[in-house]
Design a protein. Sequence first.
Length: 364
Amino acid sequence: MRTTTNTSPIVVTLDAGGTNFVFAAMQNGSFIGERITRPSSAHDLDKCLATLIGGFREIIEALPEAPAAISFAFPGPADYRNGIIGGYLPNFPSFRDGVALGPMLEAEFGIPVFINNDADLFAYGEAMGGALPRINRRLEALGAAKRYRNLLGYTFGTGFGFGFVMDGKLNLGDNSCVETFCLKHRDYPQYLVEDGVAIRAVKRVYKELSKDERELQPKDIYDIAEGLVGGDVEAAKEAFATLGRVAGDAMATAATLMDGVIVIGGGLAGASKYFMPALLEEMRSQISTMSGDTLNRVQMKVYNLDDDAEFEKFARGNSTKIKVYGSDKEVVYDPEKRIGVTISDIGASNAVSLGAYLYAIDNI
């Protein structure tokens, strides 16, 4: 490999899909060089592991200098801290009995290997280089004193992914299992909430409401809602609104326990115009005490940060000056507790890659 004077570390990454592996490298938070795509051979463990080693080696040999680490997302369940993948993995059945993937790659390449859940890395990328700094920059530009340090990241796609970053640290818990997909479904509490938020939910609800027997994808249903193709427009809109209500219910629970701004990404995020109103309405709903008092479901006021008028109110808050007892001094007091919801503007895939890169940089 050629040497270079660029001192910024290079990190090798992987997009691990059940069909294909996409190998790449990043430096300064951006991709460098060519990406390599190889079939994952997920049903054959020996082929799959050989593909991983071969793909990483091909990327590394083409780099201008030795990489500092390998860092990527891999589907769980897993013991991510120790780099072991195992359990129920529909897309990687050959990993079911447990594969020490991280230790194998470290032994092969002699550099640190970091493996995490994709939703965790999405949240980390958004917290360190996406939505969170973007929100704080806007607050600063508007002269607001408040800044945010915590972020809840959600991915709406084949599943209902979740990650939480608190004060710049990715919260992995004690078992690499900080999740919300297994909360109860708002309307069918015997089922997982994921069954009401994932791609399969949009397809199912549209089919139930419209009686349309075509095998449509969410993009098709979105186009129906937009009036671009034939179909039941109201059923299409309601399919996304139902997703919003179910997701909002789970988010209200999470936001109550983990105070921070919320960012949404994933394949379904592009339909936010149809699910966001219902999601916000659910998060802003009220509950009652047994004595008859009414209070907000989420104790913080919830703003739509993608609406400019709402963002200005979010930035302004309810600040006032109060006197310091026994002196002539005054201090600013803002009694309004508030959070906000935004759609990722860098996209889930880029956020995951950025999260993988930054996680490695922060831990080598």
